[in-house]
Design a binder for this molecule. Structure first.
Ligand code: ZN
Ligand code: ZN
Length: 139
């Protein structure tokens, strides 16, 4: 993907909650920590991080906060109707908003630069060359 000023919109399952982002993400990662496995109902989360000023959230939402395997809080926002998490903020990323990449429904989205908590990933997960693999999470 090339740098762009265009906007992209991530949506929950029912479409009521959206996160519209402008510009490219600061970073894109996947995280296989056990919290992320539960939160996503899958093997990992896949998140794109933007400056909060570049993210516009619209629609009714609820939030829940929990302590991640990193020991820091993470607050996820989700649609009260379908329950899908569209984005989050966290203690470890002040001023930033993470958006669930799957909610963009764009198979051409920026691939992850990093895998956090590789030590907890499902054993079948192999990663392409060039992904920075971290056994835990440093930041
Ligand atoms: Zn929804
Ligand atoms: Zn995680």
């Amino acid at each position: 993907m090339t740098a762009t000023d265009s906007k992209r919109t991530a949506r929950c399952g029912c479409g009521a909650l959206t996160a519209t982002v402008s510009g490219d993400p600061v970073t894109v990662y996947v995280c296989a920590c056990l919290c992320c496995q539960r939160k996503s109902g899958s093997a990992f989360t896949y998140a794109a991080v933007f400056p909060s000023a570049a993210v516009t959230i619209a629609g009714e939402r609820k939030a829940w906060r929990h302590i991640g395997d990193s020991g820091r809080w993470i607050e996820s926002m989700f649609c009260p109707t379908c329950g899908i998490s569209v984005g989050f903020q966290s203690e470890g990323m002040p001023g930033m908003t993470g958006v669930s990449v799957g909610c963009f429904a764009d198979p051409g989205f920026v691939p992850p630069a990093r895998l956090y908590w590789a030590s907890r990933r499902h054993t079948w997960i192999a990663l392409p060359e060039g992904v920075d693999v971290q056994d835990t999470q440093d930041g």
